[in-house]
Design a protein around this ligand. Sequence first.
Ligand code: HEC
Ligand code: HEC
Length: 383
Amino acid sequence: MMNKTLVGLVGVTAFAALILAGGKTPAPPEPSLAPAPEPLAVEAASSDEPVVPVEVSAEARLREKALAAGLSSLPSTLIEPRDNAITPDKIELGRMLFFDPRLSASGVISCNTCHNVGTGGDDNLPTSIGHGWQTGPRNSPTVFNAGLNIAQFWDGRAEDLKAQAKGPIQAGVEMANTPMQAVATVKSMPEYVERFTQVFPEEQDPVNFDTIAKAIEAFEATLVTPNAPFDRFLAGEDAALDETQQAGLELFIGRGCTACHSGPNIGGRSYFPFGLINRPNAEVLPPEDKGRFEVTHNPADEYVFRVAPLRNVALTAPYFHSGRVWDLKEAVQVMGHAQLGLALSDEEAGKIVSFLESLTGEMPSIAYPELPAETAATPRPTL
Ligand code: HEC
Ligand code: HEC
């Protein structure tokens, strides 16, 4: 598992470099799974040179420590996907599809139903409710900043957002549609056909399941939430984190959370067993969901999940893939026990929560799109 994790990290580093080439954020340090070193600006002199004492503020030292532990800022622009050139028209088309409930069999469920961009990019339910009021097996993760993750879903089974977008349209418990019917629906509306033709000029038959997924991915690439207080702190604004948040950041690094939760999305780029040290109870970790094992069929991957990204985590309760923990402080304590073998006190967990609240960024403002009207050729909804 370790090997795969490391390979994954190398991939993500290359990916991050790609993003940074487009964005304007400073390069993050190499991600590392090793516990954070203790970087201090003033080092013991090892030569005969006189020691020059340097005044370093507590904030500057904490900032150094955070960067050395692999924490980094979010890009403030697009999260550029692989193999899918982004254009304004493609983004606009993707926005329409993201909000269009007619991609579902019932005609009432859109991507935004479960990834509501007004409520943190998720649905605030333990596990999502989809077609025919069915409850799915897992909690809906946020779509914000999702392009930064190593792969999509709690178990990483989709390699990127365009692969991911095909899942929910077809999933029986989500939108319960078929690719053919989704394509027929889109094709039945001339405005969509015109837009697809414009956005995908190289395609013989521009409206197809792949181009639908690519357009949605282009829109999702814009769902970035920059300038969180934590990013401003990293950029040098000492007062962006108050004293409690700074203490929480110290604990987040010092107690070892950053061994897994690092990078610009504060997680999302490696896999670990949920219950690395102590297995959580069956309520929090339902035995029937074996996580990544279902993807790789490798027994070492039983109960392995992608490290959850923690950007905007204060907005995305309830927590874990099971969605069984509503209180963020409790989720932090579950993590301490399960992943690190630590009993975090209420006070410590409270400080960490204050730090996690500083990961809430600026939400992109997204206008609700005007969608083309159905025609006689549009497949009728089935409930
Ligand atoms: C019925 C609710 C529902 C609908 C509708 C839905 N999703 Fe999801 N989405 C989920 C759930 C639940 C998961 C997690 C599933 C898993 O990990 O197995 C998920 C996962 C994702 C992820 C992965 C995020 C990550 O961090 O791994 C993305 C991206 C996403 N959905 C986008 C979409 C798009 C785009 C659509 C529309 C085409 C859509 N979803 C429709 C519930 C839904
Ligand atoms: C060994 C790796 C590892 C360590 C160390 C670790 N985590 Fe996690 N964390 C994970 C994984 C994996 C998940 C996803 C668990 C699941 O399947 O729901 C997760 C999930 C979370 C979640 C839930 C997020 C959500 O959206 O549901 C929070 C909050 C969290 N971690 C905080 C912390 C804190 C705080 C610490 C330090 C006390 C910490 N983690 C230490 C691996 C780790």
